[in-house]
Design a protein around this ligand. Structure first.
Ligand code: FEO
Length: 397
């Protein structure tokens, strides 16, 4: 079912209430998502983005209820990952000559994915497309989060079609921010930023400042996932949050990530936590068993932390499977300006702590303390030493 956004713009996307993982199994989506596509009707008719491939027939069929496909003058593809370009082949079977406006890299991606010689029109920052009363202005936003990404700004209605930027994996039939639980929406926007955009923070900051400097009036941010930002207060807030998140973001938080086989590493984690709170009682310390915690929620907690501790028992001369996965994800997110330390229990060889330290160093963390190991179960005097380790870490923050 289509939904009215403004007099000229209609939402024609797909709300996916059932989605629970995205990018294969890389990203949890507990609240579903949407693939937002927009139909602009001015003197010319324009479709902005499509939806994910599994919904291509449904998308085209519903689009036909809204518009005669032959009346679509232009297709604008802001970003061509499969969740937005997946329905293009089905659509282009019906209107094969319709020009597709996208960046040069966007064309390369579409060609790589679908192997079709469609009518591509490459655009770059500064290019415009007059569609009647309104003009579409294209703004390249490379690596936010793919090389092909661009934003499209529509004059008159003052809409920024921002694609993934400012998005959230959040299914909503009501479509707009002002009719939603904003705590949940902002939490999902943060999860989206921490898990998708964080590695590109420098570019995010630069691009937002570039758009602010353009001094364009902004009444709506039409994202490609989740709700549309409509309230002035929320538009200002999400832009401000993006600028904060892009600038070595941290809260007064330390996160202890650990895995445990027989509770020894967990006992270490508890003692370190006590020491941290001895010195800084108002510190928000979170103890997360990585085997029991959603990996993307872990990334959000790392994103919010000024320091992390990572602990694992030594298993087969290495660290645990769950710690290995989380460390790899953390490295990929390239968090900046954060401190770290490693710990873990062992029986005989005890390599885990050293390996975790090396991995965190490689990921760009400042290791503020030597790694701490305990053989078998930590004795009472070792528990005291671990509390001191926590105190030392708190003092180093
Ligand atoms: Fe929502 Fe990068 O695709």
């Amino acid at each position: 079912m289509s939904k009215k956004v403004t007099e000229k713009v209609t939402w024609v996307g797909k709300i996916d209430w059932d989605l629970r993982t995205f990018h294969g199994d890389e990203l949890s989506t507990f609240f579903g998502s949407s693939y937002n596509s927009y139909l602009i009707r001015d003197e010319k008719t324009v479709l902005v983005d499509t939806v994910w491939g599994p919904y291509d027939r449904e998308f085209v069929s519903r689009l036909k209820e809204e518009v005669d496909l032959k009346d679509i003058d232009y297709i604008v593809m802001n970003h061509n990952e499969s969740d937005h370009s997946g329905a293009l082949p089905q659509l282009m079977r019906e209107i094969p000559e319709t020009p597709i406006y996208c960046t040069k890299k966007g064309e390369a991606i579409i060609r790589g994915l679908y192997h079709q010689d469609w009518n591509f029109v490459n655009v770059k920052t500064g290019d415009e497309l007059n569609i009647g009363e309104s003009t579409l202005k294209f703004i390249e936003a490379s690596m936010l989060h793919w090389p092909d990404t661009m934003f499209t700004y529509m004059t008159g209605d003052n809409i920024l079609f921002s694609n993934d930027a400012f998005g959230q994996h959040y299914a909503s039939e009501s479509l707009f921010d002002d009719s939603e639980d904003m705590c949940k929406v902002f939490a999902e926007a943060e999860k989206y930023y921490a898990n998708i955009l964080l590695p590109f923070s420098m570019l995010v900051k630069k691009k937002i400042n570039e758009i602010i400097a353009m001094e364009i009036p902004l009444d709506l941010i039409c994202t490609s996932h989740g709700i549309i930002w409509r309230s002035k207060e929320n538009i200002a807030k999400i832009i401000e949050l993006y600028l904060k998140w892009a600038d070595k973001y941290e809260e007064n938080q330390v996160t202890i990530l650990y895995d445990t086989m027989w509770q020894s590493t967990r006992n270490m984690a508890n003692a370190i936590c006590e020491g941290l709170l001895d010195v800084k009682p108002d510190l928000n310390v979170k103890l997360l068993n990585v085997s029991q915690t959603d990996k993307n929620d872990i990334i959000v907690e790392v994103f919010k932390s000024k320091a992390i501790l990572v602990g694992s028992p030594t298993i087969n001369n290495g660290y645990s499977y769950a710690i290995a996965g989380v460390l790899e994800m953390i490295k990929g997110m390239k968090p900046k300006g954060k401190k770290a330390a490693a710990f873990g229990s062992y029986g005989w060889s005890g390599e885990a702590t050293k390996l975790i330290t090396a991995h965190l160093e490689e990921a760009g963390f400042e290791m503020v303390l030597e790694g701490r190991r305990s053989q078998w179960n930590p004795k009472e005097n070792e528990i005291d030493e671990l509390r001191q380790y926590g105190r030392d870490l708190a003092s180093a923050l």
